[in-house]
Design a protein around this ligand. Structure first.
Ligand code: C2E
Ligand code: MG
Ligand code: MG
Ligand code: MG
Length: 288
């Protein structure tokens, strides 16, 4: 009987495993077609200058409305899309939509697009950016590409060449989630970044947590020494914002300044030259 139970248990285990595998295959299949099927959309989050409290641009963040599944966070589906290659059509769709959208904004509002390692290493990536800029008419200086350090770990020479080619187009490059990677300092020295984005984990409670404050101050010092502007991610409270003002941080992004939302919600900023600090954009639908 013990044996039968064991077998039953094993069979159950096997069945669960194959169900999970099937789910995953289905998700990957759906991801590959998400762009063609019109299931993707982009939300935008304002980025502010700390000194002037004005909006200087937006970060574009992709969303996937998968029929029958509701919202899934990009922190979940982007890694899956990277593993199965679906990130290429998704990334291309995002880049095209975002540049077309941002081309209509008043100068000098910029747009930041996240690009993952797989995209960066695709042989045609620089050509794609070039084509998309040309087709959309967006001035290259107003496009910023955000790269996390995990994108920099493989093939140093090729990565450096790609980043240099992007810069030669006039595009700016930001290091995203700074401080969470393996060798943040050597990466800063080795690659031609134009901006440092301090990870949200260091910005949270920076006004009251001494370790966080010490880390943020030292990144600001690093930025000054290297001549690179620093932007704080995930600013949620007035107290955090005041700390950043006092420490002369260049930029801020976070729920305090505005949540990611469809671009229509920022029409007062993108359709006029009057670019002021905005307060509370409405919440986007929550993840299910
Ligand atoms: P990220 O590039 O570091 O983007 C910032 C994330 O922090 C976003 O999450 C944003 O909604 C969230 N956030 C912003 N302000 C606050 C705040 O004040 N508090 C809190 N708690 N969170 C805040 P989201 O949109 O879920 O994106 C997660 C990650 O998925 C992004 O991190 C980025 O790595 C990736 N991602 C998003 N869109 C794309 C895309 O189009 N392409 C690629 N390759 N990756 C993307
Ligand atoms: Mg980012
Ligand atoms: Mg980030
Ligand atoms: Mg991140």
């Amino acid at each position: 009987r013990a044996k039968a139970e064991q077998l039953g248990g094993y069979r159950f285990f096997e069945q669960t495993m194959s169900e999970e595998l099937n789910d995953r295959r289905q998700t990957e299949h759906d991801l590959r077609h998400a762009a063609d099927r019109g299931e993707l959309y982009v939300v935008y989050q304002p980025q502010a200058s700390v000194a002037s409290s004005s909006i200087v641009g937006f970060e574009a963040l992709v969303r996937w409305r998968r029929p029958g599944h509701g919202q899934m966070s990009p922190s979940t589906f982007i890694p899956l899309a990277e593993e199965c290659g679906a990130i290429l059509p998704i990334g291309e769709w995002v880049l095209r939509s975002v540049c077309r959208e941002a081309a209509g904004w008043p100068n000098p509002l910029s747009v930041a697009v996240n690009v993952s390692a797989v995209q960066l290493h695709a042989p045609n990536f620089v050509a794609l950016v070039h084509t998309v800029l040309f087709e959309s008419g967006l001035p290259p200086q107003r496009l910023e590409i955000e790269i996390t350090e995990t994108a920099l770990v493989r093939d140093f020479t090729r990565t450096l060449a790609t980043l240099r080619q992007l810069k030669a187009l006039g595009v700016r490059i930001a290091m995203d989630d700074f401080g969470t990677g393996y060798s943040s300092l050597s990466n800063l020295r080795a690659f031609p970044f134009d901006k440092i984005k301090i990870d949200r984990s260091f910005v949270t409670a920076v006004d009251s947590n001494q370790q966080a404050a010490a880390i943020v101050r030292s990144v600001l010092g690093l930025g000054r020494g290297l001549g690179l502007p620093v932007m704080a991610e995930g600013v949620e409270t007035e107290a955090e914002m005041q700390f950043l003002q006092l420490e002369a941080c260049d930029g801020a992004q976070g729920y305090l300044l505005g949540r990611p939302a469809p671009i229509d919600q920022f029409a007062h900023l993108t359709r006029a030259n009057d670019v002021r600090l905005l307060s509370h954009a409405e919440d986007e639908p929550r993840e299910q």
